[in-house]
Design a protein around this ligand. Structure first.
Ligand code: CMP
Length: 139
């Protein structure tokens, strides 16, 4: 079914600050099914590839450095309307603008260190999921 998959990363700030369990609980409570998941770490090269779409942005270097600075949790999630519903659950990119109760409002520290990533389209959800997981790792 098209539109039922999204991709997320719990970012190095949230992992370091001990928020993996709380964030996964929010994801479960919101009705997402975990299709694939792993604790991993991005090399600077892999982080650069993942965020290549932002290559020309002034924050690209900072983003790559941060995303390769520590462990992350990568996951593919399934739910009807997954991309949009997950973006609602995590809140705005800038935690100062994130709605109360959203994951970024609760756990993010800044626009750069914003606790979680969520895909912005069905197409990117598939690309990002495949970037991290082989078909044999998806259930
Ligand atoms: P994410 O949803 O993972 O997608 C791109 C990331 O770039 C975003 O979350 C932020 O972490 C980061 N980002 C976006 N805007 C800025 C900014 N102005 N300064 C630093 N990082 C940013």
């Amino acid at each position: 079914m098209a539109g039922n998959i999204t991709f997320t990363m719990i970012k190095p700030d949230a992992v370091k600050n001990g928020h993996i369990g709380a964030i996964l609980a929010k994801i479960n409570e919101a009705g997402f099914r975990i299709v694939a998941m792993k604790l991993t770490k991005l090399s600077p090269q892999k982080a650069g590839e993942f965020y290549a779409v932002h290559k020309e942005r002034p924050f690209y270097g900072e983003l790559v450095e941060f995303m390769s600075s520590g462990s992350i949790v990568a996951a593919i999630l399934e739910k009807e309307n997954a991309v949009e519903d997950f973006r609602t659950l995590i809140g705005a990119t800038n935690p100062k603008e994130a709605a109360p109760g959203t994951i970024r409002a609760l756990y993010a520290t800044s626009i750069g260190e914003n606790a979680v990533h969520g895909s912005d389209s069905d197409e990117n959800a598939k690309i990002e999921g495949s970037f991290h997981f082989a078909v044999t790792e998806q259930f």
